[in-house]
Unconditional design. Structure first.
Length: 327
C-alpha cells in the first residue's frame, strides 16, 4: 500500500508528558509496545504496560525501560482481559500504587479466534475486546476523575516546569471493521449462551470480532456522554501487520486475512501506531466521543456507529454484566 499522508510525527508532535502516568493494555507486543516506546521518550513519570503473559510482559517492560529517559519508571501489570477476576486484580494492583492516571490506552484485543467461552461465561472476543476493557475503565474511572482536578508539570526542556491543568484521556482501539457487522446490531442474546457461542453458524468468528469493534466505538461514545470531565475516543489504527492477524487459527475468512490481506495490505506498526498516539497526546483537534480514522480524521462515523439507541442498549447490557464486579 502507498504510505499514509501523515501530518503527525511522534518525535516532534507529542508534547512533554512530564508528570503524567500512562497505562497501556496489550503492551507486550505490536501496537501496544510501539506505543509504549514512543510515549516513554517524552518523559512521563510512570508508564504501566499491561499484558496477559508475565514473562513476555516483563521482558517488554524491561526493553522499554532501557529506552526511556532516566526520570521515567516503567512497570509491568499482569492483566488477562478475558477474565473479570484478572481485571479486578490488575485494577487493585494499579490503584494501590498509582496516584493519578492521565492516559489510558485500551489497546489489547483478539481477532477471529475459534469459538470459545470465557471463564465468566461470555463469548471470548466480546469478553476480551469489550467487557474486560469496560470493567477496567469502570474501576479506574474514580482515579481518572481525581486526576482531572489536579495539575501536572509541563516543560519544554530541562528540569524547569510549570503547573498545567490535567488533560486526561481514554483511547480505545476500535476498527473500521465495525462497518461490516452484517446482523444490523450486536447480537446480545448470543453473548452468554454457550450453545450459540460454540456454533459458528450462529455468528461467525469474524462477525464476533466486528461486533466487538462496534462495541468499542459505541461504548466510547457513552463514556464520553456520561463523563465529560475527561476525553474519551475510539480510533482505527488501520490494517496493520501485527500478531492480531497471525496468532489465531480462526476460520476460512481468517485464513484469507492471514495469508493474503495482511501480507499485501498490512501497514507497518510504525504507521499503525500513529493514530492512537495522536489521539492520546495531540494538543488540539481531539473531540470526546468521536471515532478517528488514520490519522486524526473524525466525523466519518456511519451506520450502526450513529445508532444512539444501540449505544444505550450496550451501556445497559454492560452495566448488568458487570454488576458486583468491584475491586
Amino acid at each position: 500500500m502507498p504510505p499514509l499522508n501523515i501530518a503527525f510525527n511522534p518525535a516532534k508532535d507529542i508534547p512533554s508528558l512530564l508528570g503524567k502516568t500512562i497505562l497501556i493494555t496489550g503492551a507486550n507486543t505490536g501496537l501496544g509496545k510501539a506505543s509504549a516506546l514512543e510515549l516513554a521518550r517524552h518523559n512521563p513519570s510512570h508508564l504501566w504496560m499491561a499484558a496477559r503473559h508475565p514473562t513476555k510482559g516483563r521482558a517488554a517492560a524491561a526493553d522499554v525501560q532501557r529506552h526511556a529517559p532516566a526520570g521515567t519508571a516503567v512497570s509491568f501489570l499482569e492483566l488477562d482481559l478475558s477474565s473479570l477476576a484478572s481485571v479486578r486484580a490488575a485494577a487493585r494492583a494499579f490503584l494501590s500504587s498509582a496516584a493519578r492516571l492521565d492516559i489510558l490506552l485500551l489497546n489489547a484485543g483478539i481477532m477471529g479466534c475459534p469459538p470459545a467461552v470465557s471463564e465468566d461465561g461470555y463469548e471470548v472476543q466480546f469478553a476480551t475486546n469489550h467487557l474486560g476493557h469496560a470493567l477496567l475503565l469502570r474501576l479506574l474511572t474514580p482515579l481518572l476523575l481525581t486526576t482531572t482536578t489536579t495539575t501536572t508539570t509541563t516543560a519544554d526542556a530541562g528540569a524547569a516546569g510549570a503547573a498545567a491543568t490535567s488533560d486526561v484521556r481514554v483511547v480505545s482501539l476500535a476498527s473500521v471493521g465495525y462497518k461490516y457487522v452484517t446482523a444490523g446490531t450486536i447480537q446480545f442474546d448470543t453473548l452468554a449462551d454457550r450453545d450459540q457461542i460454540m456454533d459458528p453458524s450462529v455468528v461467525s468468528p469474524v462477525q464476533r470480532y466486528t461486533q466487538s469493534k462496534l462495541a468499542n466505538v459505541l461504548y466510547a461514545q457513552e463514556v464520553a456522554r456520561r463523563f465529560p470531565q475527561f476525553t474519551t475516543v475510539s480510533v482505527d489504527p488501520g490494517a496493520v501487520a501485527t500478531e492480531l492477524f497471525s496468532r489465531e487459527p480462526g476460520d476460512a475468512q481468517m485464513e484469507t486475512l492471514q495469508t493474503t490481506v495482511a501480507p499485501q495490505r498490512g501497514r507497518p506498526v510504525e504507521e499503525g501506531v500513529l493514530n492512537p498516539l495522536w489521539a492520546a497526546t495531540t494538543v488540539q483537534g481531539v473531540e470526546s466521543g468521536r471515532f478517528y480514522e488514520p490519522v486524526g480524521k473524525g466525523g466519518l462515523e456511519e451506520g450502526l456507529a450513529l445508532d444512539r439507541d444501540l449505544a444505550d442498549r450496550l451501556w445497559q447490557w454492560t452495566e448488568k454484566a458487570l454488576e458486583g464486579q468491584e475491586c
